[in-house]
Write a protein that binds this ligand. Sequence first.
Ligand code: ADP
Length: 247
Amino acid sequence: MSNTDFALAVEDLTVSFDGFKAIDALTLYIDKNELRVIIGPNGAGKTTLLDLICGKTKASAGSIKFKNEELTKLAEHTRVRRGIGRKFQTPSIYENLTVFQNLEVSFPKGRSVLGALFFKCSDEVKARVQVVAEEVGLAEMLAMEAGLLSHGQKQWLEIGMLLMQEPELLMLDEPIAGMSARERELTAELLKRICANRAVIVIEHDMDFVKQIAHKVTVMHQGKILAEGSMEKVQNDPKVIDVYLGH
Ligand code: ADP
């Protein structure tokens, strides 16, 4: 496979903070319908890597290409329009709006929060809300006020809000933090469902969950890739056991 066949191609990516290389000449390729999990000890550079891909942090050197287009110099909001979605750990939803309205206001051409409260939305948006609500398992809860959802449901709603923008790459930082066992199971199913139509990158520490969802695992350490491959391969890698799994 040539490098141009990948959805995301990160090459020689480097970022320094006061001379310290948090990401050090890192190269990573992600396939179109791949669910990649990034693991590694605290401080390895996992969050910084996602920050660089979504444009929250600017690279010092190297390149990030998405569907063959150079993203490296584009602003964060432009990258969203190019199909890059990023979810942070803390859900950012409108607690006083319904699940439906939260999804509606996330539609790219959607109205303001106030508009969602006072006007009827178009059939196009309604149809999209329905599809996304089913994708994230909230189709039965569209009329519920978002503030009344469980912790897990709020996380799924936020994933739904990102899906409204039709991302082709979705990045999630520890998506099961604070979830019950049942919510974890449902999140695994949800992630498997959504990567059928896009690439997904997940940062995760829970190895049982990683085993359940990952197509491929990337192990980071000190801003570089320490190992990459199937979970079975990386968990038996002496370097990985030494710096991460053995602790
Ligand atoms: P991880 O997500 O793997 O725990 P991070 O990406 O958060 O690691 O951090 C990698 C390293 O980069 C850490 O040593 C962290 O302190 C440093 N770092 C991250 N962001 C900044 C920043 N904005 N300024 C200075 N140092 C930073």
